[in-house]
Design a protein around this ligand. Structure first.
Ligand SMILES: NC(=O)c1ccc[n+]([C@@H]2O[C@H](COP(=O)([O-])OP(=O)(O)OC[C@H]3O[C@@H](n4cnc5c(N)ncnc54)[C@H](O)[C@@H]3O)[C@@H](O)[C@H]2O)c1
Ligand SMILES: [Zn+2]
Ligand SMILES: [Zn+2]
Length: 366
């Protein structure tokens, strides 16, 4: 059985698609035939070096597939099961898991780069992104990183539950604490941000203002529930001043592809008293400064909050999101603008950079 994977060998290199050897599943591990994997911007941070990663690296952390074989003592899934792959699998018993913050499980390394890998290429061990490595025909993962789903869910739609949908949805519903009547701004309406838009809408938001410089993203945002779509943060501020003077935004979510301290400050400035800013975007690891009126920040009682995996509990929220999908409250199929073969993965990322895709998805052949 020949397996291929998209590997990053050097910072700023292309993904190279080539044969890989795959280890057999060990204790508690499963071998998954990948069917679909989303092209999340986070994998591109590995390419640019904004996110430090070990190299060489098999990319991909947003995927769905079929369990092909299982190792000893696997109890959660069986061959033939359809699964969504998850990173940061919760242990279920640490302090954070026990208090409802399983995305911050204390027994899982943040992204687990390179801690365990089933991949070998060119005679070298190759790390697997998030201990998953979904840019591959097949991968071997812990059974804890698989959530079983019903077989009628299309793989491409299911793959996006592995990151974009959960992260974006949770940014609004859990970390932003959006409640009925809130005014929400989402800055950057790409694959992740547009799910904050649909999260805010589902939570009963009043104004949902999507900010994106790309016309296509703004058009899409309105079909996902945005009440307004504007091209810049300055326009969003002017709109809030007109529609909600004094009150401004209750929640502002930063979801651009690459963030910086200036954008973080602009996000906080959109908030009215008591507002919550959620930072979903990754800022290059070397960035350490943020200029903010600290006087204002204190005396308007604002919150500035990071985001890991939308604050979701994958075991609760992946089934919950699929229920909403089945009943027409959550759009998944519509998130996918273009599909690619694994060989075309670099084109997929080029299309992400040129603003063509809400989400590009690679479909893996049988
Ligand atoms: N925190 C997490 O757990 C987590 C998980 C997934 C992704 N992310 C991060 O979220 C961010 C978004 O990821 P994505 O896959 O949606 O990326 P994307 O490229 O699909 O979307 C980014 C969007 O931001 C828009 N944009 C760029 N500059 C802008 C600006 N100045 N103002 C407004 N909009 C702007 C782009 O046009 C694009 O539509 C990335 O930084 C990614 O790494 C974080
Ligand atoms: Zn992601
Ligand atoms: Zn835990």
């Amino acid at each position: 059985m020949t397996n291929r994977a998209a590997i990053l060998w050097e910072t700023r290199g292309d993904w190279t698609v080539e044969p890989v050897e795959l280890a057999d599943p060990g204790h508690g591990q499963i071998l998954v035939k990948m069917k679909a994997t989303g092209l999340c911007h986070s994998d591109d941070h590995a390419v640019t070096g904004d996110m430090p990663v070990p190299l060489p690296l098999v990319g991909g952390h947003e995927g769905a597939g079929v369990v092909e074989t299982v190792g000893p003592d696997v109890t959660r899934v069986a061959p033939g099961d359809h699964v969504v792959l998850i990173f940061n699998p919760p242990c279920g018993h640490c302090r954070n898991c026990a208090r409802g913050r399983s995305n911050l499980c204390l027994n899982t390394a943040q992204q687990g780069y390179g801690q365990q890998t089933p991949f070998t290429a060119r005679g070298e061990s190759v790390a697997a992104t998030g201990d998953l490595g979904t840019f591959a025909d097949r991968t071997v993962i812990s059974e804890k990183c698989a959530i079983k789903i019903d077989k009628d869910i299309p793989f491409a739609a299911a793959s996006l539950l592995g990151c974009a949908v959960t992260t974006g949805w949770g940014a609004a519903v859990y970390l932003g604490e959006v409640t009925a009547g809130d005014n929400v701004v989402v800055i950057g309406s790409g694959g992740v941000g547009v799910n904050s838009v649909q999260g805010a809408k589902n939570a009963g938001a009043n104004l949902v203002i999507a900010v994106d410089p790309v016309d296509f993203k703004r058009e899409q945002a309105t079909t996902f529930g945005a009440t307004h779509a504007v091209a810049s943060v300055a326009e969003a501020a002017a709109l809030l001043a007109e529609l909600a003077p004094g009150r401004m935004a209750d929640v502002a979510i930063l979801s651009v592809g690459v963030s910086n301290g200036g954008l973080l400050a602009e996000t906080v400035d959109l908030l009215g008293p008591g507002g919550i800013a959620v930072v979903t975007s990754v800022t290059p690891a070397a960035s350490t400064s943020l200029e903010l009126s600290l006087f204002q920040f204190t005396l308007t009682q604002k919150t500035l909050r990071g985001n890991v995996y939308g604050g979701v509990n994958v075991h609760r929220d992946i089934p919950l999101l699929l229920d909403l999908y089945r009943n027409g409250h959550l759009k998944l199929d519509e998130l996918i603008t273009s599909t690619y073969t694994l060989d075309d993965i670099n084109q997929g990322y080029a299309d992400m950079h040129s603003g063509k895709n809400l989400r590009g998805v690679v479909l893996l052949e049988d």
